[in-house]
Design a protein around this ligand. Structure first.
Ligand code: GLN
Length: 197
């Protein structure tokens, strides 16, 4: 399987390393034609406003929207989750995303004082061992629409991981902590989907 990693900005190298360790072929995606060779795509953490601007400047945003709509499996972490949300709260003026997940996410929702923190999460679909989750200026999933499923929440109940058909998103960064189970879960989704543009 060839997994694309959106490599416009952010921690795409960390995602590539995890995917390669799991045996996937990795192909960095910066241009629309590079979508043709991938079976799934990871959108990394970073800065969603920058990814949005660059993806539009490179002519990638519309083909990517079409691919997501057609069933391309996509996993987004943090900024990547923001890119996949149908509604972005506290975005900058004119900020757009790719969309696809029936959710509203609020950017930088943990505020500046607790902008970064780590915690252990119990996430049944990932397994019994808790997930050590790192949050860096992370978004919260404020609303989960009927088409999406919440997978995990922090102690106060706010949602931080979701799934919807071909799409998976987490507010935190498994790629930074040696946590491979989300990528494994995503690769299983890709194998089950068998998508090609
Ligand atoms: N706050 C960033 C944004 O709005 C996301 C941070 C991250 O990806 N770690 O895109």
């Amino acid at each position: 399987m060839t997994i694309g990693v959106l490599a416009l900005q952010g921690d795409f190298r960390e995602h590539a390393a995890v995917l390669r360790a799991l045996g996937a072929d990795v192909s960095f995606v910066r241009r629309p034609e590079e979508l043709a060779v991938i079976d799934g795509l990871v959108i990394p953490g970073g800065e969603s406003t920058v990814m949005d601007k660059l993806s539009r400047a490179y002519g990638l945003a519309d083909p990517l929207k079409a691919a997501v709509h057609a069933g391309l499996p996509v996993y987004g972490t943090c900024a990547g989750l923001i890119m996949l949300a149908d509604t972005i709260l506290d975005g900058i003026d004119g900020q757009q995303g790719i969309g696809g997940l029936d959710i509203a996410v609020r950017r930088n929702a943990f505020g500046s004082q607790t902008a970064s923190f780590e915690t252990d999460l119990h996430i049944p679909v990932i397994g019994d061992t808790p997930v050590h989750a790192v949050f860096i200026r992370a978004p919260i999933v404020e609303t989960v629409g009927p088409a999406a499923t919440a997978l995990a929440s922090v102690a106060d109940g706010r949602c931080v991981a979701v799934e919807q058909g071909n799409l998976l998103g987490t507010s935190f960064h498994p790629e930074m902590t040696g946590e491979y189970r989300f990528h494994e879960y995503f690769l299983a989704k890709v194998a089950a989907t068998r998508f090609r543009a």
